[in-house]
Write a protein that binds this ligand. Sequence first.
Ligand SMILES: [Zn+2]
Ligand SMILES: [Zn+2]
Length: 140
Amino acid sequence: MAGRVDTPQKIRFLKYIFAQGGGVKPGDIAGNFGIRTPTVTRTLHELSDAGYVRYDSNRRVFLTDDGEQMVWFLIRRHRILSLMFTRVGLSENQACVQAEKIEHLVPKNHINQICRSLGHPSRSSCGVIEHDPVCCGVSV
Ligand SMILES: [Zn+2]
Ligand SMILES: [Zn+2]
C-alpha cells in the first residue's frame, strides 16, 4: 500500500509531473517552483519510496500507476474543497487558495463525505470533479 502525500510541496510536485506528462528532471521542478535542486531531489526520493514516482536511466522522473491514481485523487480533493468554500460564500479565487492551504490534511473518507453532502457535484470553479464510484456510484 502506497504511503500518504502529506505536504503541499509533494502535492505540487506530483501535479507538475502529471501536467508535464512525465519525463521531468529534478532541475526542471526546482526552476519551476524556485527552490533548490537538492530539496527537490530529497522530496522526490520520498515520493519514490512511497511508490508514486520512478526514475528512468536518464534520471528523469515519471509517475507510477499509483502516482497517477494519487494525482486523480488530489485533483478531485482540491476541487471538492474549493466547491465547498464557494458554496459558503468565498470568491472563486479565495476558495482555490484556501483549498490549497488545507487539502493535504483532509483524508479521502472526509472528502467523500463532503462530496455526498454537496450532492456528488461534477463541477467546481477549479474544473470538472470526476466521480469516485465508491462515493458517487456509477455515473450517468
Ligand atoms: Zn483551484
Ligand atoms: Zn460523491
